[in-house]
Design a binder for this molecule. Structure first.
Ligand code: GLU
Length: 283
């Protein structure tokens, strides 16, 4: 299923040079050609900018669990923190961003699925979440997606969360937005009755200062979302990324990162599924 065709270093450098020429001005490139791999250049990492506790941008500061795992892995691959160039990777753009070589890796609450595996490679998983619902704090009428028949539910274009609702709950009115924060605004104003995506994302959104006390996560997960590291198809980095994640888990840095990034959120991860075992590369 995965493309295991080996890409030599020279071919990769040629492809990188081509991309730079073809997409100059696309934003985010680090200047200059002659990129030959190694630690003398930057690494472009795709993250979310609007998911507090996971991938979040505040001015020049990037925070969250995805950011911490990405920083750790990049370090293990030979990149210091200041060699990381963060690039926003909304849910709907992730496969294209990897295929077009706009990023080298993606750490963006990016579930490993067979469909995505047709066009990108995945290392990991580095976390397992579950799809859930966010509702207004005073609403006890919604316990799961079956309670949303005929009601309005918001999710994000290109996410597994939206796809699951379309596949399994066609009677729900699905409203799609570009990001989950927009969905939360709709929930507050009453335009939708619930927001759906992974429990850890919803918990992070509910715990921001502006949202305190307004919403609650229902707490009945109805999927398993294995967060993978997205890599361009044919990448030779998968094994090294898996080794780095394994080391992060064994050293205790993974646990520290989860704890620090979920502090203040009403969230605890599924201990039966976390921390996960790495899946073999190239399958
Ligand atoms: N983990 C799910 C996905 O990859 C939902 C979260 C997201 O949209 O990033 O689609």
């Amino acid at each position: 299923m995965r493309n295991t065709k080996p890409l030599g270093l020279a071919a990769m450098a040629a492809a990188a040079a081509l991309t730079l020429t073809a997409c100059g001005g696309g934003g985010g490139e680090t200047g200059g050609g002659g990129e030959t791999g190694g630690s003398g250049e930057n690494v472009r990492i795709g993250i979310k900018y609007d998911q507090p506790g996971l991938g979040f941008r505040d001015g020049e500061e990037y925070t969250g669990f995805d950011v911490d795992v990405a920083t750790y892995v990049a370090n293990e691959l030979g990149y210091s923190a200041d060699q990381i160039e963060w690039v926003e990777s909304p849910s709907a753009n992730r496969e294209n961003m990897l295929a077009n070589e706009q990023v080298d890796m993606i750490f963006a609450t990016y579930s490993i699925t067979d469909e995505r595996d047709q066009t990108v490679d995945f290392a990991g998983p580095y976390f397992v979440a579950g799809q859930d619902l966010l509702v207004r704090a005073d609403d006890d009428s919604i316990q799961g997606p079956a309670d949303l028949e005929g009601k309005n539910l918001c999710s994000v274009t290109g996410s597994t969360s939206a796809q699951k609702v379309k596949d399994e709950h066609p009677g729900v009115n699905l409203v799609e937005q570009g990001g989950y924060a927009e969905c939360v605004t709709f929930l507050e104003s009453g335009q939708v009755d619930a927001v759906t995506t992974d429990d850890i994302i919803l918990a992070g959104l509910a715990s921001t200062e502006a949202n305190q006390g307004k919403f609650k996560v229902v707490g009945n997960t109805f999927s398993e979302e294995r967060y993978g590291v997205g890599l361009p198809q044919g990448s030779e980095q998968c094994e090294a990324v898996n080794e780095a994640i394994t080391k992060m888990i064994e050293e205790g840095a993974w646990e520290e990162a989860v704890t620090a990034n979920t502090q203040g959120a009403d969230y605890s991860y599924n201990e039966e599924l976390n921390p996960p075992e790495m899946e073999p590369c190239g399958e």
